[in-house]
Design a protein around this ligand. Structure first.
Ligand code: FES
Length: 107
């Protein structure tokens, strides 16, 4: 079973910016807009404890972590530049009534 959780208005996710959102369990996500699509990943870099929404920069489809310049593809979570090796978790996004929603597993 899965649930759809509303995070924020889609208009709040600006092109080039990275927006932080929080799930009910406290997990932080990072939201990105690429053209007309919005993507969601975990907010915490897999190399260290950096917040990608606070310390990251969006460059095309990649987010660069400012701590050590590792990179991830925000569409797939794949690590693209060292020292990042482990992928970022990605979250399926749906836009419902103008709201960004993520699909989460339900207990
Ligand atoms: S903490 Fe992100 S690259 Fe090191």
């Amino acid at each position: 079973m899965t649930a759809l959780l509303r995070l924020c208005p889609a208009d709040d996710v600006w092109a080039g910016a990275i927006l932080q959102a929080t799930l009910p369990d406290g997990r932080k996500l990072a939201l990105y807009r690429l053209d007309d699509a919005i993507y969601a990943t975990d907010d915490t870099c897999t190399h260290g404890a950096a917040s990608l929404s606070e310390d990251g920069t969006l460059d095309g489809c990649q987010v660069e972590c400012a701590w050590h310049n590792g990179r991830f593809d925000v569409r797939t979570g794949q690590a693209c530049a060292m020292p990042c090796e482990a992928p970022l978790k990605t979250w399926p996004v749906q836009i419902v009534d103008g709201q960004v929603c993520v699909v989460v597993p339900e207990d």
